[in-house]
Every structure is written in structure tokens, then in C-alpha cells.
Design a protein around this ligand. Structure first.
Ligand code: GLN
Length: 532
């Protein structure tokens, strides 16, 4: 069992996840089996109830666990699906210890952070780590955050239990440049390493996030003051694309340093295909403009998985996609059609993508866009909430159900074309009403999605509560909407499309979560080819 811990110093937001994911990529491409996990300090059990404004977008693992996007970042770098085992929060740890205490597991003992909380953390790490040659563990936060200590103490104990040759620390820090003189200053990094040592943690490798190259003299100085060999000080220069980072690390032989430190045979990673894709991202031949119609538009992280899925598709087609974030609320009022058509012309928009979302803000704007796209044959791909919007818009404007709505936005609506299913209504705990996990859909022969996936059935990840109401399936189909994918029991709508439209396709699932740089998703690939 080998463990690599990734910690952060001085400030947050340095991209620890990119370091963790890039190390994973390089080791996997060198032929080692790898897994990655994240330790989060918050007291929630999962990230499902946090607003995108607080925490960015929520991701769903293949076993239906809601986490932050870090797990998806790991997936798309190491091309491997994560499970709930890769996401540990303080909430899970404390809940488990308190349950054990009530059950009487610790009778006679005082229940404490050390050893009970730390044992629980170590158990979870060891459980995941048993399945691969190396496991990378990213620890949230920055040195000396109060919420961080139980994780760091667990690392110290694990290193003692498993042996120094099996555990190493990669510490990610910023190289600070004084703005007026342009001088690079390493004092903050030195202090950060000193602070770690006060907790008996000695990093083997420093990854220094920097805007400019760090010269040898500065590396030597940093090495002297931190007691870390200067060839173990890795430069993490700001890059235009995150996918360049593993290549930049490879150039500095980070993979060889790690392999040596873990007493492994030295192997070179095969990064040729990755290099080709990165080159395609950096040097596109054409640009296509797409509008992403959302409501958290001042926080691009909220839609990162959709934007990245588009990028994966474009890397494989030498075409750049410029994503315009469109705030739905500005398309709700009068003269909205004119506004929209001007917007499309001014920005040369070729396509609309509408991502998932919750609650009613911005919904009417999206319904208007769905209608505009349908009437004017403007292509669009709508995801999750997007499918529900497409159905509401179609019911109102084509089926003549003028007040059709989802009960999420209007509980007493006369025509609840989207609603909570009967069996969900009796569930008290809100979390359990969510449809999470990988769900299967049977695709209709002759439909666009059937052709795109090239399969009769498909599994995609889900994260939603409301469904297209079965009482309205027939009326939708009679009026020309094709239900092109259904759950195997024939009750839940998974895909819809309009046959004579250029591309009016929506899915109740989140296909963006299954996209990876070297395996772009067919629905997003089609979007690019159709635009071209
Ligand atoms: N709010 C909708 C639902 O819960 C859609 C959710 C989503 O887009 N992820 O069903």
C-alpha cells in the first residue's frame, strides 16, 4: 500500500486537485494502478445540499454519491470512475464515530479525536488504498486551518504504521512575487514547511505555483531553508490549459522522483495522445460560438463540467468553442424575442446548451429560449432541468396547455407536466427523494440519440427529483415530441427530441459527467460536428 498526500500551504485556490490529478495521470500512464481520494472538512455528509455559489458545481459518482467537482477532475485526468469511497468529509467521520459510541463500541473509553476520529479517517484511506498500487489523497484547505488538524494527524500516524517508504507528502505552495519590484519571495513557503514540521510532517516534494520561472538560485535557497532537495522543488507555472500541467510536470521528471521515493522501478509515462489533444486545444483551426443559458452565470465554476465536456469534444475536432454565458433572467420580460435574435446575431451563436439547475429563478427565460429555438430551428442540447424546460415549453406552445409547469416552480399548477412521482412523496428525508446514480435508458430505434450512442441501451449519471409526468406522455407524443429514451420499466422519460428539428435533443441525465479529455461524450461531439 503506497500513499501520496497532497497538502496546501499559505493560501487556498492553488490547484491542489490539478497536482493530485496530474500525478495520478503520470503514474497511471507509467503503468501503475492508481486511485485518488479527497478529504473535505465540512460537516455535511456530502456536497449535495450546498449552493453552486458556495461550492461550485455538484458532481455525482457512479454509485450515486454527491461530491464537489474534484472527483470529476480526477476522473477526467486518470480516465477512471470514482465511487463514494473517494469522498470523505468530517461529517461522515463524526457521524460514524458517534453512531459507534451509541452502539457501545467504545464502552469504558473516552471518545476523542485521537484515536477515534483519526482511526476512522485512517480506516477509510486504507480501505480505498487496498485496491491499487498507489492512492493519492488530497487534503482540503491550508496549513493550520482548524478544521484540518485531524486529517494531518492521521497522515502522521499512517506514515508511522505503514513505513516512510510507503507514504510521501507533496506540498503545494505559492511563490509570491512582489508586485512593484517583481522580486520572487520564498519566505511564506519556508514558514509553511516549518508549520508542517511542527506537526511532524516533512514534505518530500514542493510544488510551487508561480507566474514566472523559478531559477536555480532560488530553488537552492528554498532547499536550504526547507531541507527539501532542490531537484524536488517543482515549478507549477500558470498554464493556459489545465491539461498542460501533467506535461509540465513530466518535463521536470516529477514521475521519476515519486517512483524513486516510493522505491519503485523507474518508468516513463506514455503521454503521446494526451500531448496531441493538448496541442489541439491550444491551436484550434476554427472557433464556434455557443450560448450556455444558466442562472449562476457570474460563477463559471457552476457549469464547469459542461464547459469542459465541450472542450473535450473540441480537442478531438481542432475547433475551439467560445462559450457565452447567458443570464436567463434578462430574457424574461417584453421584447425578449427581439433581444434574443439580436444576441444570436451579434455573437454569432450557433447553438444553445442549457445545463441543470434547481428552483424557479430564471426559469421563464429558459422556457422562452426553448420556444425560440424550436420555432427558429436553432439547435440545442438541454441537460436535466433542460429536458424539463423543453417539455414545459412544448406543452405550453404546441399542446395548448398554456399554464403547464413543473411542480418545482408552481406547486398548484393546473397542468403539472413535470412533477414528483407518487412514491417519492412519502419520503421524509429530502436527500432520499433525489434520483442519483447511473440509470439505464432504452433508446428508441430510429431516434437521433440511438444513432449518436450507437447502442440500444445506455447508462448515464442522474441528479434530480422531478420527472416528466406519465399522465402527459401521450399528449406530448401526439403533438410531435418523440420520447426517444425511457427507463427500462417504461415509466420515466430519459431523452426527448423533435424529429424534424435540426437538433432539439434533451436528456434527463448528466452526460457531461461521463466526458473525459481522451474519451469525449458522443452528444457533445455531435454538437461540434453538427456546427461545423
Ligand atoms: N430541479 C430539477 C429536478 O430536481 C432538475 C435538477 C437538475 O438539473 N440537476 O428534477
Amino acid at each position: 500500500m503506497k500513499l501520496i498526500f497532497v497538502t496546501g500551504g499559505v493560501i487556498s485556490g492553488l490547484g491542489k486537485w490539478i497536482t493530485a490529478a496530474s500525478i495520478g495521470k503520470l503514474l497511471k500512464a507509467s503503468g501503475y494502478t492508481v486511485n485518488i481520494m479527497k478529504m473535505d472538512p465540512y460537516l455535511q455528509i456530502d456536497a449535495g445540499t450546498m449552493s453552486p455559489f458556495e461550492h461550485g458545481e455538484t458532481f455525482v459518482t457512479t454509485d450515486g454519491f454527491e461530491t464537489d467537482l474534484d472527483l470529476w477532475h480526477y476522473e477526467r485526468f486518470i480516465d477512471q470512475s470514482m465511487t463514494s469511497k473517494s469522498s470523505v468529509t468530517s461529517g461522515q467521520i463524526y457521524l460514524s464515530v458517534i453512531r459507534k459510541e451509541r452502539r457501545g463500541d467504545y464502552l469504558g473509553k473516552t471518545v476523542q479525536v485521537i484515536p477515534h476520529i483519526t482511526n476512522e479517517i485512517k480506516d477509510r484511506i486504507k480501505k480505498l488504498a487496498a485496491d491499487s498500487e498507489v492512492t493519492i489523497v488530497e487534503i482540503w484547505g491550508t496549513i493550520w486551518d482548524i478544521e484540518w488538524l485531524h486529517f494531518i494527524e492521521s497522515i502522521r500516524q499512517l506514515r508511522q504504521e505503514l513505513g516512510r517508504e510507503n507514504c510521501m507528502i507533496v506540498h503545494v505552495v505559492p511563490m509570491i512575487t512582489v508586485t512593484t519590484s517583481g522580486e520572487m519571495k520564498s519566505k511564506a513557503i519556508q514558514h509553511s514547511v516549518i508549520k508542517l514540521r511542527e506537526l511532524w510532517i516533512h514534505p518530500s516534494i514542493l510544488v510551487c505555483r508561480t507566474r514566472e520561472h523559478i531559477d536555480q538560485d532560488l530553488k537552492d535557497k528554498l532547499s536550504m531553508f526547507t531541507d527539501i532537495d532542490s531537484d524536488h522543488i517543482i515549478e507549477a507555472l500558470d498554464q493556459k490549459s489545465i491539461y498542460q500541467v501533467p506535461l509540465a510536470f513530466q518535463q521536470q521528471n516529477l514521475h521519476l522522483l515519486i517512483q524513486k521515493r516510493l522505491f519503485w522501478e523507474q518508468r516513463e509515462p506514455d503521454m503521446e495522445h494526451w500531448k496531441y489533444l493538448v496541442n489541439a486545444i491550444m491551436n484550434p483551426l476554427k472557433t464556434i460560438h455557443i450560448a450556455l443559458a444558466g442562472k449562476y452565470t457570474n460563477l463559471t465554476d457552476s457549469y464547469m463540467s459542461v464547459i469542459e465536456a465541450l472542450q473535450h469534444a473540441w480537442a478531438n475536432h481542432d475547433t475551439k468553442i467560445k462559450v457565452h454565458l447567458l443570464d436567463m433572467e434578462s430574457f424574461e420580460g417584453p421584447s425578449r424575442e427581439e433581444k434574443l435574435s439580436n444576441y444570436i446575431k451579434e455573437n454569432d451563436i450557433k447553438w444553445f446548451v442549457v445545463p441543470g439547475g434547481f428552483w424557479s429563478r430564471g426559469i421563464e427565460g429558459k422556457i422562452n429560449i426553448a420556444n425560440y429555438c424550436r420555432v427558429n430551428n436553432v439547435p440545442y442540447l438541454w441537460l436535466c432541468l433542460g429536458l424539463q424546460i423543453a417539455v414545459i415549453s412544448f406543452a405550453r406552445n404546441v399542446c395548448g396547455l398554456e399554464t403547464a409547469n413543473s411542480t418545482e416552480f408552481n406547486e398548484g399548477t393546473v397542468d403539472p407536466v413535470v412533477a414528483i412521482m407518487e412514491d417519492q412523496k412519502t419520503i421524509e428525508n429530502k436527500w432520499w427523494t433525489m434520483r442519483l446514480w447511473l440509470y439505464e435508458a432504452i433508446l428508441k430505434a430510429g431516434s437521433k440519440v440511438h444513432a449518436l450512442y450507437g447502442q440500444d441501451t445506455i447508462q448515464e449519471r442522474h441528479r434530480h427529483r422531478y420527472e416528466v409526468n406519465p399522465a402527459y406522455h401521450e399528449i406530448l407524443e401526439k403533438n410531435g415530441m418523440m420520447i426517444s429514451g425511457m427507463s427500462p420499466d417504461g415509466k420515466l422519460v430519459e431523452y426527448i427530441e423533435i424529429p424534424n428539428h435540426i437538433y432539439y435533443t434533451a436528456t434527463q441525465s448528466h452526460p457531461e459527467f461521463n466526458s473525459r479529455l481522451d474519451k469525449p461524450h458522443p452528444l457533445f461531439v455531435w454538437l461540434i460536428t453538427a456546427c461545423l
